[in-house]
Design a protein around this ligand. Structure first.
Ligand code: FES
Length: 608
């Protein structure tokens, strides 16, 4: 096959000479594929810091397989430090990657991605550029002990925050916690937060090598994975294996079900929709909800379960989870008993499922994994699910019954919203309460602990103004803390509703991604303190029980969002073109209107 890079390097004219000199290519290098290594290492992003060393391992793998590695820097999206949210820049990095690939003589790409937004940005770019590509995932950080127990990054911080607000964690304990968090080293959060979730989904999509999703961030295993990934992309170039043939609707449906089976981050719902949008595939909330209905919680990992991702990987990681999801557990096992998080829905509850597992049109195990083999051939290399002590359960003995995630809609969310059922309080999944409204994050922080705030444990906290256009960038402000006076009375959960997101390490009865958001005039903008809000997860409803005539009257008094006045540069472009959460919060000019438009149009090669 003719390499794309040959357009730059073949020939004897002065342009080809200049191109070869730029990469110091000799006669023996001509005909070798040029593999880009998109490096997101940065001192500003500890989750991706390990790539400084791993990039050279990838390069070694590329060279050993007969390719030419070229490393280039990419803006690093660090969840810990970026304000207002790394999410504001996900689409920018996806564009940066796509345009870099478009402009340079690359035949394939290894994306080094780990912290939350770097992974979906790489997947979106890979989908749009459509050159042979894999992601090398940067692995999980270690888990130092805090109070005799391995520390789950993020989740244990939120728990400690509640304890601190309740007065059961003193200043010394709080300082101890900070010291422990500082000792964890590089790598992603070690619970099933957004980064670990996206890593599992990337592997399920066939965009990372099997078994590489949850490696330790430092050590020989991830170094080997780096070399193997580099070598594999060289082979993918030879086979012309492109993301558009890897990320099929069946692979996407599998990833959607994996998300439910691991009790994964709600953020992944948006990211999967964005990737699907780039490929012209269907990841609508209605499709996701249909796929989630029969999937129980199979991974016993925080924040929905008890373990950390290091053990999940030792117990088999994604391949073993896929075996559990696809039903290798014995037929005829008893129906799982209702447990916490169970949404009882007799009409929709199919009971134990021993038939085809996918709910999708294709066979998930016939799909190719990242090394090119069908998943069915890979599973034998990994432990079976359900072994004693394993964090990966069988469908007949899950951690929690289905569903673990649900999409709701109704008069308060005409275009839908998402709730992580597995992290919610079962008694609150059907609940009506008075709204207590916060117009912004600052409003919430100042008002929440006001001793005069009229709030009870039956109320519904509404945090609005934090959707894609609000702020802008859809920060993780959706999980409002429990008001101080309620925390002191032992209340640990309330129904909370927001057009924002929440951290994948968070938990609680939190309805997120309400669309359309308040900043574009969605019904959430019309809610006032005291309005009755009805959440009915078994029937997938979220309603504002206020007379429509009154809502029309309120609509006429809405002021334009203040944030829209001050923006310039990237936030201006973003706010003008970002789609709502149910469409993946991508930019309207980047999605694929039809499958025919989804391929990378290469102006140099003239190929699409
Ligand atoms: Fe980067 Fe959690 S903050 S992975």
């Amino acid at each position: 096959m003719t390499l794309r890079s040959a357009v730059w390097f073949a020939g004897t004219d002065e342009v080809a000479v200049l191109h070869r000199v730029a990469l110091r290519l000799g006669p023996d290098d001509l005909g070798k594929p040029v593999i880009g290594i998109a490096d997101t290492a940065s001192d500003l992003n500890p989750c991706n810091a390990g790539f400084t060393a791993l990039a050279e391992q990838v390069a070694e793998g590329v060279r050993a397989a007969g390719g030419i590695p070229v490393r280039f820097p990419v803006m690093s999206l660090g969840e810990d430090l970026m304000k207002p949210s790394a999410m504001l820049y996900r689409n920018l990095v996806a564009m940066e990657l796509e345009e870099t690939v478009r402009a340079y003589p690359l035949d394939g790409v290894v994306h080094l991605a780990n912290c939350d937004k770097t992974v979906p940005a790489a997947l979106m770019a890979a989908a749009s550029a459509d050159l042979p590509s894999l992601l090398l995932l940067g692995g999980a950080r270690s888990a130092p002990e805090f109070r005799g127990k391995p520390l789950g990054a993020g989740t244990d911080l939120w728990r400690a925050l509640d304890d601190r607000r309740a007065g059961t964690l003193d200043d010394r304990g709080w300082a101890d916690l900070e010291r422990c968090l500082s000792c964890a080293g590089p790598g992603a959060c070690n619970v099933m937060g957004t980064a670990s979730t996206l890593a599992m989904l990337t592997e399920a999509l066939g965009m990372a090598l099997p078994g590489t999703a949850l490696l330790d961030a430092v050590g020989p295993r991830i170094e080997q994975a780096a070399r193997d990934t580099g070598a594999r992309v060289v082979a993918m170039v030879a086979a012309d294996r492109r993301p558009s043939t890897v990320m099929t609707q069946t692979a996407l449906d599998t990833a959607i079900q994996v998300l439910a089976a691991i009790g994964g981050s709600t953020n992944a719902v948006i990211h999967l929709a964005a990737v699907a949008g780039r490929l012209g595939l269907d990841a609508s909330l209605s499709r996701m909800d249909a796929l989630w209905r029969e999937v129980p919680l199979l991974a016993d990992v925080e924040p929905c379960g008890s373990g950390l991702v290091h053990q999940l990987r030792r117990d088999g990681g994604l391949p073993t989870l896929l075996a559990a999801l696809c039903g290798t557990d014995p037929l005829g096992a008893p129906d799982p008993a209702p447990g916490p998080g169970r949404v009882v829905d007799p009409e929709r509850d199919p009971g134990p499922d021993h038939g085809p597992r996918s709910g999708s049109d294709g066979d998930p195990l016939a799909q190719s994994c990242g090394d090119g083999r069908p998943w069915r051939e890979v599973l034998d290399d990994y432990p079976a699910p359900g072994a004693p002590g394993s964090l990966i359960r069988t469908r007949s003995a899950p951690v929690l019954p289905a569903p673990t995630l649900a999409a709701v809609d109704g008069t308060l969310a005409p275009s839908g919203a998402v709730i992580k059922v597995a992290a919610a309080t079962p008694d609150l999944l059907s609940h009506t309460g008075r709204a207590v409204v916060f117009d912004s994050y600052d409003h919430m922080r100042t008002r929440l602990d006001d001793p005069d705030l009229d709030v009870s444990e039956d109320d519904v906290l509404v945090v609005r103004g934090c959707g894609p256009v609000g702020v802008p960038g859809m920060p993780e402000w959706g999980m409002a803390p429990i008001p101080q006076r309620l925390v002191e009375r032992g209340v640990r959960d309330l129904v909370r509703i927001s057009d924002g997101r929440m951290s994948g390490t968070s938990f609680g009865t939190v309805v997120l991604h309400v669309a359309p958001e308040a900043a574009v005039g969605g019904p959430l903008a019309l809610v006032r303190d005291g309005d009755p809000i009805r959440l009915d997860v078994p029937n997938r409803r979220l309603d504002l029980d206020v007379d429509p005539a009154e809502l029309d009257r309120r609509r006429g008094t809405l002021a334009p969002p203040a944030s829209a006045v001050h923006l310039r540069g990237w936030p201006r472009l973003y706010a003008d073109h970002v789609l709502q959460a149910d469409q993946g919060a991508d930019l309207d000019f980047l999605i694929a209107p039809t499958p025919a438009h989804r391929r990378f149009v290469d102006p140099v090669v003239g190929r699409s």
